[in-house]
Ligand binder design. Structure first.
Ligand SMILES: [Zn+2]
Length: 180
């Protein structure tokens, strides 16, 4: 006969109601019953953007949009990826995309990131970049256009910051404006 322990797993499901030792209360701390140290942590972090995004960011600084081509499925990816998630293999080549594209979708945004209201909305859009595969887009702002005049499929062009102000960031492009 096999004997099984009774209530196996009971210790995981039952709530712990008491801990050994003495609990430190907020009142104890305020009464300075315990030694404590106030310390401002001055932590600095650095991380690498990786091979693909590093070249993409360098390109933005130089006023160029770089994409990555997969010769297996024929897709051109932007932002560039060194690995094709469709084919499960490394991508093959760098391709220079253009700084023009089409509005894939957009939102008229009246709320700031801190949830405060905006008087004048910003236009946030996914832009399909010319030279990359269809539906391969980047998220950016639209400018020099009224919300009522934005249309899906509208041709747009990047408005770059002056070269001296660029930092190798997506904000090196100020916004995309309608291409007439
Ligand atoms: Zn592929």
């Amino acid at each position: 006969m096999i004997s099984r322990p009774k209530h196996s797993g009971a210790s995981l499901s039952s709530k712990i109601t008491s801990y050994p030792g003495k609990e430190i209360t907020g009142d104890d701390l305020e009464a300075e019953k315990y030694l404590s140290i106030a310390y401002d942590a001055d932590l600095k972090y650095a991380w690498t953007a990786g091979v693909g995004i590093s070249r993409y960011l360098d390109g933005l600084k130089a006023g160029t949009l770089w994409a990555r081509k997969c010769d297996n499925c024929g897709r051109t990816l932007i932002p560039p990826r060194m690995y094709c998630e469709e084919c499960f293999r490394p991508t093959d080549r760098w391709v220079r995309a253009r700084d023009t594209g089409r509005v894939n979708t957009f939102s008229v945004v009246y709320v700031n990131t801190d949830a405060s209201r905006r008087k004048n909305p910003i236009l946030v859009s996914v832009i399909e970049i010319d030279g990359a595969s269809p539906e391969m887009g980047i998220l950016h702002l639209l400018g020099e256009v009224a919300p009522k005049d934005v249309k899906v499929g509208m041709k747009v062009k990047a408005v770059w910051k002056p070269k001296a102000e660029r930092k190798g960031a997506i904000t090196d492009i100020r916004y995309f404006k309608p291409l007439k």
